[in-house]
Write a protein that binds this ligand. Structure first.
Ligand SMILES: C[S@@+](CC[C@H](N)C(=O)[O-])C[C@H]1O[C@@H](n2cnc3c(N)ncnc32)[C@H](O)[C@@H]1O
Length: 274
């Protein structure tokens, strides 16, 4: 039998304050793109699995003020940050619990809705996780899943060294047992977890010089920060030389400078428990 740690890999981006800040930047910049069509009715019970530092929780709670949200994460440190964030935002419709999503402390059919964002890519057995989440959903309840796909990133100017740094990030996560190309696989994953006819919608981010907030919030502080965050592991795994890494990062940063362009696609899926 698999233990929780067999299923959850070492979280590739770590639990530092810098990573917490990256997750908040990511959520704040992407809030409209990813949350605009998620509203839960008053009285609905919602499970957020893998809430991290609460970066998405704030939007869930604000957008569905009458819903009762239960947010769980395996990291007590992240939960402490999430609690503080929700308290500071003055929101009162969220309760936090430490829990492993493979071994949830809830009975079957406990929730009307489940929300999971940027978690499956870090799991060794994402289809198994989806099957566990399906169990706690009531019949007719919905599962919303949002994932990125690092293979969807393209940019201008684009150089081979810059692409190598992105490939290093994909490879580091794969060697740790995760899958940062998971966005494109949501439909078959949901089907294999027992959901019929899930609906998947790609959400593209396009950033040019006319969007300074996106250059800062997404290109620099979300994507490039994430690539820079795996430097140590990429070098330790000898995926790239230090000189080539430095060159690649410098060239990747040109996509956030004058004349630069950055494109990335997120995938959002909605599936019904039937
Ligand atoms: C990239 S963070 C995303 C956090 C949040 N959903 C967001 O979008 O900002 C992934 C989170 O999944 C959590 N996680 C990983 N494996 C888990 C498991 N088996 N059970 C519960 N949480 C888990 C990690 O602790 C981490 O907080």
């Amino acid at each position: 039998m698999l233990t929780p740690m067999d299923r959850t890999l070492e979280y590739v981006h770590g639990y530092s304050e810098k990573e917490a800040s990256r997750l908040r930047d990511q959520a704040d910049t992407l809030a409209t793109l990813l949350h605009q069509d998620t509203r839960y009715p008053a009285g609905a019970t919602v499970l957020e699995a893998g809430c991290g530092v609460g970066a998405q929780t704030v939007y869930l709670a604000q957008n569905s003020p009458g819903a009762h949200i239960t947010s769980v994460d395996i990291s007590p440190e992240s939960l402490a940050k999430a609690r503080a964030t929700i308290r500071q935002a003055g929101l009162q419709n969220v309760q936090f619990l430490p829990a492993d999503l493979f071994n949830l402390p809830f009975s079957k059919a406990s929730f009307d809705h489940v929300f999971v964002c940027f978690v499956l890519e870090h799991l060794k057995t994402p289809a198994d996780a989806l099957a566990r989440l399906r169990e706690v959903l009531k019949p007719g309840g919905t599962l919303t899943v949002i994932e990125g796909d690092h293979g969807s990133a393209y940019f201008h100017p684009e150089t081979e060294a810059a692409r190598e740094t992105v490939r290093c990030m994909i490879e580091v996560q794969a060697r740790l047992g995760g899958n940062s190309l998971i966005g494109r696989q949501l439909y078959p994953l949901l089907e294999s977890a027992g959901f019929s006819r899930p609906q998947v919608s790609p959400r593209m981010v396009y950033v040019d010089g006319s969007k300074p907030a996106w250059i800062e919030g997404f290109t620099r502080n979300t994507f490039i920060a994430m690539v820079e965050g795996v430097a140590k592991q990429a070098l330790e795994m000898q995926l790239i030389s230090q000189a080539r890494w430095r060159q690649g990062i410098a060239e990747l940063k040109r996509s956030a400078e004058t004349g630069g362009i950055f494109c990335y696609t997120f995938f959002k899926a909605l599936a019904i428990q039937s």
